[in-house]
Design a protein around this ligand. Structure first.
Ligand code: ADE
Ligand code: ZN
Length: 322
């Protein structure tokens, strides 16, 4: 067993469509007659050049998953891979808007994904949950529609609501209603902020969306008062260092603020975001951060404990995992 498999891990931030291996996308694309050559090269690697073209590549990759069985295959593949790296728990962001664009209803999408999660659990023991996200650049009405869909058709494994997409588009206030509805329905809340937006974007997400977790959130490091607020309010950061370096938020890992934030007392977790797009895995995130910043095995286990403590799952499941 390789060294990094031995540390128990947990993932709080991974987009299920963004976790699709290129080989699986190629197979589905052939089946449905979709040309994915603009986004997958001859070496079977995703190609994109910046955040905007990454989001476009993500949209095209998503378009080849069209049936509940396709989604079951995708989630089973991802959760089995995660378990093989030593993960005991994983939450995936699911995007009902991407499923709808591919012709699938919310209920069928969730059923398909849940089937794959259950199969992976049977095979490996890994526990999985889903966080339904609205896509920020699709606008407030679309995000509210997702909130309504999730609330109208509750599913045991859909335990959170979130906001992803282009942070440079639209103010968090536009999404306050959707988050209020989802929060009132008992869903855990998280929003991407502090990835392509600065500290002001994080402050707005905290003020208007009332989230206790932030997707990324790492640019809080630019504002001392904000770092103090994150510590005081026990906000958990879903850090994705490999994603941030791949997308150019930081030039190299040693300039990534995850270590400084942790040293300041912020609750940080490690995550893979869209692993094959960024040539990463959860295991690689743990091992590269540990190597770069000198985190011991105990430090890594503490990060996993933070993830489980802030997971969107029931107390009995947390108790069993911790
Ligand atoms: N959707 C998929 N990956 C994303 C990311 N890194 N940021 C925002 N939205 C996303
Ligand atoms: Zn993300």
């Amino acid at each position: 067993m390789s060294e990094h498999v031995t540390v128990p891990k947990a993932e709080l931030h991974c987009h299920i469509e963004g976790a699709a291996p290129p080989s699986l996308v190629l197979r589905k694309a052939e089946q449905y007659g979709v040309d994915v050559s603009p986004i997958i090269d001859a070496r079977r690697r995703y190609v994109w050049t910046d955040f905007t073209s990454f989001l476009q590549a993500y949209d095209l990759a998503s378009s080849v998953f069209r049936t509940p069985a396709d989604y079951a295959e995708l989630s089973e593949t991802y959760f089995r891979m995660l378990a093989a790296e030593g993960a005991i728990y994983g939450e995936v962001f699911i995007s009902p808007d991407h499923a709808r664009a591919a012709g699938l209803s919310y209920a069928s999408y969730v059923e398909g994904l849940a089937t794959g999660i259950e199969r992976a659990k049977e095979a490996t023991g890994i526990e999985g949950r889903m966080i339904a996200i609205g896509v920020r650049h699709f606008g407030a009405a679309a995000v509210e529609r997702v909130a309504r869909e999730v609330i109208a058709a509750p599913h045991r494994l859909v335990t959170g609501f979130g906001l992803a997409g282009d942070e440079r588009d639209g103010h968090p206030a536009n999404f306050a209603k959707a988050f209020r509805m989802a929060g009132d329905a008992g869903l855990g809340l998280t929003a991407h902020a502090g990835e392509f937006g600065g500290p002001e974007s994080i402050v707005a997400a905290l003020d208007f969306l009332r989230v206790k977790r932030l997707g990324h959130g790492v640019r809080a490091i630019e504002d001392k008062a904000l770092v103090e607020r994150l510590v005081r309010d026990r906000i958990v950061l879903e850090c994705c260092p490999g994603s941030n370096t791949a997308l150019g938020v930081y030039s190299v890992l040693r300039f990534h603020p995850v270590n400084l934030l942790r040293k300041a007392g912020v609750r940080v977790t490690l995550n893979s975001d869209d692993p094959p797009f960024f040539h990463t895995t959860l295991g690689k995130e743990y091992s590269s951060v540990a190597k770069t910043f000198g985190w011991s095995e105990a430090d890594q286990i503490a990060v996993t404990r933070t993830a489980i403590e802030s997971a969107f799952c029931d107390a009995a499941t947390k108790q069993r995992l911790i």
